[in-house]
Design a binder for this molecule. Structure first.
Ligand code: CU
Length: 275
C-alpha cells in the first residue's frame, strides 16, 4: 500500500509563468534508475539549464519506480527531504520544500517523460519504488528560458478537492496535468473492479489509513493503475500515462500543507471512464 501513502510531499509555490514565445527547444534531463528495487541507484546530471525541460526517466530496475523532483530553498540535506517524503503520513509540509514535479510511476524497462518549466534552484531527485529505500540525486538548475508546453488532446486538472479530465483514452496518452489549486496534488489512477463505487474506495482508504486493517479486499486493481508525481499549486506539466479501457478512480493522497488527512478523505476522488 505504499503507493497510497508514501507520497506525502513538498510545499510552497513554484511560480512558473507561460511566456509568449515558446519557440525554444526544451533542455533534456536524462535520468536512469538502475539496480534492484531494494538497492537501486539513480544517475542524473549534477546541473542542467532550466526553463523548459523534458525530463526522461529510464527505469532499468525490476520494480515500478517514479522520479519526483523537489526544489529546496535554503540549506537542507537530502536526509531532511526524505524525512518528509517518506515520513509520517499527514504531517505538515515545510515551506522550504517546493515541488518541482518529475515523472510518475514508470514500469520496469520503460522510459516515461514529463515536460515542464523548471525555475532555477537546488533540486533533489527522489526515485522510489514500493520496496527499498529511495535513490536520490542532487541537481542544480540554472537560468534557462521558459517555453510553451507541447499541445495535448488529454488533460487532468487538480484543485481542492476535485479532478477534471478531458480526452483520456486507452493506450499511451500525452496528458496535460495541471494543478490549478493552492495545495499540492497528484493523481493516482486505480482501475475500479466491476460493480465497485467511489464510496467503497473512500471506505477502503479510510480503513487502511494510519496503518489500519480493511474490512474487505480493495475495490480496485492495486497493480493496474498509474500515478503522477506531486505538483504544487500553479504548476503544470505534460506527461505520459498508459491507460486501459474501463473505469478508474482518480485519487489524491496528499495532505494540506498544514497537515491533516489525505485529500481523498476530503472527497478528492473522481471516476473517469476511459474508452
Ligand atoms: Cu491533493
Amino acid at each position: 500500500m505504499s503507493r497510497l501513502g508514501a507520497l506525502s510531499l513538498a510545499g510552497g509555490v513554484m511560480l512558473v509563468s507561460a511566456c509568449g514565445g515558446g519557440a525554444s527547444a526544451p533542455t533534456t534531463l536524462a535520468v536512469e534508475a538502475t539496480g534492484s528495487g531494494k538497492e537501486s541507484k539513480v544517475k542524473a546530471p549534477g546541473s542542467i539549464e532550466g526553463g523548459l525541460v523534458e525530463f526522461e526517466f529510464k527505469n532499468s530496475t525490476k520494480q515500478p519506480q517514479d522520479a519526483q523532483l523537489i526544489r529546496t530553498e535554503g540549506n537542507h540535506s537530502v536526509g531532511e527531504v526524505l524525512k518528509i517524503v517518506g515520513g509520517q503520513e499527514g504531517g505538515p509540509i515545510p515551506d522550504w520544500l517546493q515541488d518541482g514535479g518529475g515523472v510518475g510511476e514508470t514500469p520496469p524497462g520503460k522510459t516515461h517523460s514529463a515536460t515542464q518549466n523548471l525555475a532555477a534552484g537546488k533540486y533533489y531527485l527522489v526515485a522510489s519504488s514500493e520496496e527499498g529505500k529511495p535513490a536520490t540525486a542532487a541537481i542544480e538548475v540554472k537560468g534557462g528560458s521558459e517555453g510553451e508546453l507541447p499541445k495535448t488532446s488529454a488533460s487532468i486538472t487538480a484543485r481542492e478537492y476535485t479532478f477534471e479530465t478531458s480526452g483520456l483514452k486507452s493506450g499511451r496518452n500525452e496528458v496535460l496535468f495541471r494543478n490549478a489549486g493552492q495545495q499540492l496534488h497528484h493523481v493516482v489512477g486505480l482501475p475500479l473492479l466491476p460493480g465497485k463505487t467511489l464510496d467503497e474506495v473512500k471506505k477502503f482508504v479510510g480503513e487502511t489509513g494510519q496503518g489500519g486493517r480493511p474490512s474487505g479486499p480493495p475495490p480496485f486493481d492495486e497493480k493496474g493503475g498509474f500515478s503522477t508525481t506531486v505538483l504544487d499549486g500553479g504548476v503544470e506539466q505534460v506527461t505520459d500515462l498508459d491507460l486501459k479501457p474501463g473505469r478508474y478512480a482518480l485519487i489524491c493522497f496528499i495532505q494540506d500543507r498544514t497537515g491533516g488527512p489525505p485529500h481523498v478523505m476530503k472527497g478528492m476522488v473522481t471516476e473517469v471512464d476511459v474508452k
